[in-house]
Design a protein around this ligand. Structure first.
Ligand code: BGC
Length: 722
């Protein structure tokens, strides 16, 4: 449709119809009750009227439903404006790849893009037009259950992976039925909720916000994300969806975002609960003033926007602008010509869980696993005859994690299945040992598990956190292994020290006690559909672990928030980080440093960092520096290494982090092979937000280092000249 035709369409719409375009309903209501429209949950809206005018629908599962919804609506809408159909396709549609936090550990943007491409193909075939992805909230506190939805505690990784996902999902042309639009979320600083409690208030300086939280969202907007979702939390006193500074000043004016803003689930209505709006009408008014275009699910806009315009509280121009943004998105998706977009039941059959997609998922699962400890236990021997598979996750099917689509566990390759496929002649003894629920104290099965361990050549002990313990609304005060799992580990490892612990969880966990007793620990996170195959290949060394932690693992929950890129104090704790140092910035009962730091992860081979060279000792504002690091595979297996480049600004007008990741590259090395990894450093990477909230760099000395956080191996200095 031409711009003029869109404008003519808009001009012919009633106020009610315009409000409808800005209203999103939940598909559940329609599909459940034989396609009868019942209106948004809890808000009995006139059913026929709503179907006539609503603009978008949230959450459905397949092409058949997508087509039904579209047909039903188009038959009723006199303007014949197609619905936008949106789904949370976060880490896969049918073929599930690892949770975003695990993908962050791959340190591989291209791999993430491959996974996103596969999810996009399956989602497009299911009739999805928009996915509520990527989520790029910086999260530095694992008490917050949604840390699993983000790639990292580091905004550089979140921004790079988010942008890669946007490009792989949207493609160059949204009207291509194989492409769908992205909604970047949750803008902003949702991950910084006080005390790690979900939906909680965020109080943060503008400087810290711009330094550590905003860059990842901006990277996705710059990559072309077509929608943005404001976060649930109040930011410095004002909920994001009504926060004019955040939405209008920063997002629209400063970043030039002209796409669609959609509220989070009922977030407009929740302005009343927050206590910043007296009633729903005022809530609708506040959200519109902060240029929130679509009201998700509760119908607040539908009920009040027309009146607000009639009463002169909202200029009709503001309403028109919002509707036009929605119409333009529909037009760019080609919906006026083809309202079904990619919805195609045949394509669904062909693509969903196809071997090529399973292969991508399996590779991603292997590359995001992090080997935390290994005292010669892994890989297991090829000629092993019997193995005990123990623990509450030994036979678990729910290994996909929050935001996998409903029913995803039905397709998951379990660990026994994966192991039997790899080792058909292996005698496998399985014992659950105990549960993993919070508050579970039943230890009755531990003795039998220890017995099974004793008679096996080796043990794989599968521990973790039940799938439902991380995700939205799932904060914890102690991020330990739930239930009696530690007691199980003690008994099993005592019975058979040839034990590898394998972990399935959605957040960094405190492993301090486990680390003392376990000779090997492999962090699998929630791997997804190919869990069993990926694990078997890792256990027997067909795949070599190469994940690095994209968020550090604490020694104790009390260390949170625990950013790796902390700033120094005037009284830093003397290094090494052992013992008690009175009047230093430290704890009496714990070291400062995490148990496993950001960027850490082992391999079955070993790497040495041999040389770090800079092509010059100083640069000017327009110049650049070439940094070369020589990495050698010193072991006897091929392996991959995420080479990480850190920076430290030695003197600045504000206190700067002691270490800051500024680039990373993943390389493959054959045994004995060495490679030069080259990074280019420019002035832009040396910038920070100063006291007056201006992004600047300051001349002076900087350090560049390689290695991982808290364990920097080689360091070089250079000068930024005025
Ligand atoms: C979540 C969003 C999600 C939305 C729609 C909300 O509860 O916070 O991340 O996109 O629901 O499902």
């Amino acid at each position: 449709m031409t711009k003029e035709a869109l404008k003519a369409l808009l001009d012919g719409m009633t106020l009610e119809e315009k409000a409808g375009q800005l209203t999103q309903c939940n598909a559940g209501q329609f599909i459940r009750v034989d396609a009868e429209i019942t209106g948004p949950e809890g808000q009995p809206l006139p059913a026929d009227a709503l179907n006539r005018v609503m603009g978008s629908v949230l959450t459905f599962e397949n092409a058949k439903q997508a087509r039904q919804l579209q047909d039903m609506h188009l038959a009723a809408d006199r303007n014949r404006i197609p619905l936008l159909l949106m789904v949370d396709v976060i880490h896969g549609m049918k073929t599930t790849y690892p949770i975003p936090l695990a993908m962050g550990c791959s340190f591989d943007d291209d791999l993430l893009a491959e996974c996103a491409g596969m999810a996009r193909r399956e989602a497009a075939a299911a009739g999805v037009h928009v996915t509520f992805n990527p989520m790029v909230d910086t999260a530095r506190d694992a008490r917050w259950g949604r840390i699993l939805e983000t790639s990292s505690e580091e905004p550089l990784i979140n921004g790079r992976m988010g942008a890669a996902l946007v490009r792989a999902t949207q493609g160059d042309d949204l009207s291509d039925p194989d492409n769908i639009a992205c909604c970047v979320k949750h803008y902003a600083a949702y991950g910084a909720g006080e005390a790690g409690r979900d939906y909680n208030a965020v109080e943060i300086s503008e400087r810290a916000l711009r330094e550590s939280y905003l860059p990842a969202y901006k990277a996705c907007v710059d990559a072309g994300a077509r929608l943005v979702m404001p976060s649930f939390n109040a930011l410095n006193g004002i909920p994001s969806v009504a926060n004019k500074w955040l939405m209008n000043t920063v997002l629209r004016d400063e970043w030039g975002f002209d796409g669609v803003v959609i509220s989070d689930y009922d977030a407009v209505g929740e302005l009343v609960t927050h206590g910043v709006a007296a009633d729903m009408k005022e809530a609708a008014c506040l959200a519109m003033e902060a240029s929130c275009d679509i009201d998700m699910v509760k119908g607040v806009y539908y009920q009040h926007l027309a009146d607000l315009v009639r009463e002169g509280r909202i200029p009709e121009k503001a309403l028109d602008d919002a509707v036009m943004r929605v119409l333009e998105l529909k037009n760019d998706l080609g919906l006026f010509e083809n309202p079904y977009h990619g919805a195609d039941e045949e394509a669904e059959k062909r693509l969903n869980l196809c071997p090529a997609h399973r292969e991508i998922a399996r590779r991603a699962e292997e590359e995001s696993a992090v080997l935390l400890k290994n005292e010669g236990i892994l890989p297991l021997k090829q000629n092993i005859r019997n193995l005990a598979l123990i623990g509450p996750f030994a036979e678990e099917k729910r290994l996909n994690g929050f935001w996998s689509r409903p029913g995803a566990e039905a397709y998951t390759v379990t660990l026994p299945e994966g192991i039997r496929d790899r080792m058909p002649d292996l005698e496998l003894v399985i014992a659950r040992g105990c549960g993993a629920e919070l508050g579970d104290t039943d230890t009755d099965g531990i003795a039998a598990a220890a017995k099974a361990a004793r008679s096996a050549e080796a043990v794989v002990l599968c521990l973790g956190e039940p799938e439902n313990d991380s995700g939205e609304g799932r904060s914890r005060t102690e991020v330990t292994l739930p239930g009696p799992q530690l007691a199980l580990a003690e008994a099993v490892i005592r019975a058979n020290p040839n034990t590898a612990v394998v972990l399935f969880n959605g957040r960094p966990l405190v492993l301090t006690e486990l680390e003392k007793i376990a000779p090997a620990i492999l962090e699998m996170w929630y791997p997804g559909t190919e869990a069993g195959h990926a694990l078997a290949r890792l256990l027997w060394g067909d795949a070599n672990p190469c994940g690095k932690l994209s968020a550090g693992l604490p020694r104790t929950t009390g260390q949170y928030p625990m950013p790796y890129n902390r700033t120094n104090t005037g009284r830093p704790k003397p290094q090494p980080d052992t013992g008690v140092f009175p009047f230093s910035s430290s704890y009496l009962d714990s070291p400062n440093l995490p148990l496993y730091s950001f960027g850490y992860g082992l391999s079955y081979t070993s790497f040495s960092y041999e040389k770090l060279t800079l092509d010059k000792q100083s640069i000017t504002k327009n110049g650049s520096l070439t940094v070369t690091v020589t990495v050698r595979n010193t072991g006897d297996r091929p392996g991959k290494e995420a080479v990480q480049l850190y920076m430290r600004d030695l003197v600045a007008s504000v206190v700067r982090p002691v270490q800051q990741l500024i680039d990373y590259k993943k390389i493959s090395l054959e045994p004995g092979e060495k490679k030069d990894v080259v990074f280019t450093v420019t002035e832009k990477q040396l910038r920070f937000w100063d006291f007056n909230c201006k992004e600047i760099s300051e001349p002076g000395d900087f350090e560049l280092s390689v290695g991982c956080a808290d364990h920097l191996l080689l360091t070089h200095r250079f000068t930024l000249k005025a």
